[in-house]
Structure formats: structure tokens, C-alpha cells
Design a protein around this ligand. Structure first.
Ligand code: SAM
Length: 234
């Protein structure tokens, strides 16, 4: 299957194993991943946010229940919400989730915004689990026609060492541990040398630690900067 499907399937498989009840997809785009996740009945709250509201609106109606969904009793728990907003901003509605996914998003952020993203996701939203995917630049030698970045909007593409060093710092700062994996295998015999085409970090919040700099909300701040675009209850 194509790589974007493999990335989404990775999340679906993770959800099947870990059964999170509340899931947020950051940079949800046209809601492709959310549409796959709505079939997983353990999920009670499924939320997406993207800075590009027009992109979200384009296909969001595909998240509406179809008439037969109402005949499915296990569906009566599901609530879906879609927002326009930037992952560099803190919104109080995004706290307390079990799983946050960020698929091919961070490489679109400037280095300063990556810092804000780390703070917002790991220091403010403080979910139990986080899945982050991003291109592995070491793999680009196998991608014909890629001379610099895979996409013109990418602000950077990290090697495995660069991704690891960002991830380890996040873990130290905010009290998480991380496992590295990926999708898209290199040709036979070269997997070790270059790694996966898409690198993935799976983060788990460490319980009962107060060493980390979890952020307190300033009352003067806007608690809800994101705009609600769509909401449906099954
Ligand atoms: N996650 C989707 C997927 O796997 O197909 C879309 C990936 S697309 C390459 C990157 C998405 O991130 C775009 O939809 C873009 O609008 C969104 N994005 C970029 N900067 C953002 C920001 N600061 N906050 C929220 N979303 C952002």
C-alpha cells in the first residue's frame, strides 16, 4: 500500500491494541485518518484540528453518521469535533486526551514553532500517548527526483539522530518515554543503514512524576483560541 495509507494504518493498529477513549489528530487535513478511526468503537471522543480550515471543511461531512450507524448500538458513545487552529496555540478543550497523533505535520513548522508545538502537546495537553511521524531524510537517496526536501512546504527533514535528539529532549522536559519505529522499508539489506522512509516516535507519559515542567494556565489567556467547525454526536 502507498506510504500515506501505511502511516494511517500504523495508527489504526495502535488504537486497536491500546484502546484510547479520547483521540486528537493534529494537522488532520482532509480528515482521512479520523474517518478510519471512527470505526473503532472504543473511541468516545474523536477530535481533529488543522490550521487550514478550508481543507478540513472540504471532506468533513464524510464524518457524519450514515443511517445504518444509528442501528449500531455500540456507536452511541461517539462524538466527533473538528477545529480550525494552530498547534502552536493552547486550547483548553484539548487537555485530558488518551492519544494525540501528529502525522507528517512537524516538518511544516519553523524551528520556533516546533518549540511551541512541543510545549503545547507535551507540556499543556499532556496526553497519555503521542504518535509523531515525520520524513527520515536518510531515506531520500531512494527517492528519485528528491534533491532537497520531499515537499516544497517542508521547513526541514530530520535524520534519525536529529529526530531522536528532539524526542529525547521532549521526554526529559515533560516526563515521557519514547519508542522509535517507522513505515516504508528500504531495499533488502539496507534497512539498518538508512532506516524507514517515514520515522515514527511513540511517546508514553510517565506516571506520578512532578519533575517535568507541565504548564499552568494563565487566567488572562484566551482558553479557547480554536474555532469549532463541525460537531456530531452519534
Ligand atoms: N495528517 C494528515 C495526513 O496524514 O494526511 C495531513 C498531513 S499534511 C502533509 C500537513 C497538514 O498540517 C496540513 O493539512 C496543514 O494544513 C497542517 N498544518 C500545518 N501547520 C499547522 C499548524 N501550525 N497547526 C495545525 N495544522 C497545521
Amino acid at each position: 500500500p502507498p506510504l500515506h495509507k501505511q502511516r494511517h494504518q500504523f495508527v489504526v493498529d495502535f488504537v486497536k491494541r491500546n484502546k484510547p477513549k479520547k483521540v486528537v489528530d493534529l494537522g488532520c487535513g482532509e480528515c482521512t485518518l479520523l474517518k478510519m478511526l471512527k470505526f473503532h468503537h472504543e473511541i468516545e471522543l474523536l477530535v481533529g484540528v488543522d490550521v487550514n480550515g478550508a481543507k478540513v471543511k472540504k471532506r468533513m461531512h464524510g464524518l457524519a453518521p450514515i443511517s445504518t450507524d444509528y442501528l449500531e448500538p455500540s456507536y452511541d458513545q461517539l462524538c466527533v469535533e473538528l477545529y480550525q487552529g494552530s498547534v502552536t496555540q493552547k486550547d483548553a478543550r484539548f487537555k485530558g486526551f488518551d492519544l494525540v497523533t501528529s502525522i507528517e505535520l512537524i516538518e511544516h513548522l519553523t524551528p520556533a514553532d516546533v518549540e511551541l508545538f512541543s510545549e503545547v502537546v507535551f507540556g499543556y495537553m499532556t496526553p497519555k500517548m503521542v504518535i509523531i511521524s515525520t520524513p527520515n531524510s536518510e531515506f531520500n537517496i531512494f527517492m528519485p527526483g528528491v534533491s532537497c526536501y520531499r515537499h516544497s512546504d517542508h521547513k526541514f527533514e530530520w535524520t534519525r539522530a536529529e529526530f531522536r535528539s528532539w524526542a529525547m529532549k521532549v521526554c526529559l522536559d515533560y516526563g515521557y518515554e519514547v519508542e522509535f519505529t517507522g513505515v516504508g522499508k528500504a531495499p533488502q539489506g539496507q534497512q539498518e543503514a538508512v532506516g524507514f522512509c517515514t520515522q515514527i516516535g511513540v511517546f508514553y507519559q510517565l506516571g506520578g512524576r512532578d519533575c517535568c515542567k507541565t504548564l499552568l494556565v494563565n487566567d488572562a489567556e484566551d482558553l479557547f483560541p480554536y474555532t469549532l467547525l463541525y460537531k456530531v454526536n452519534y
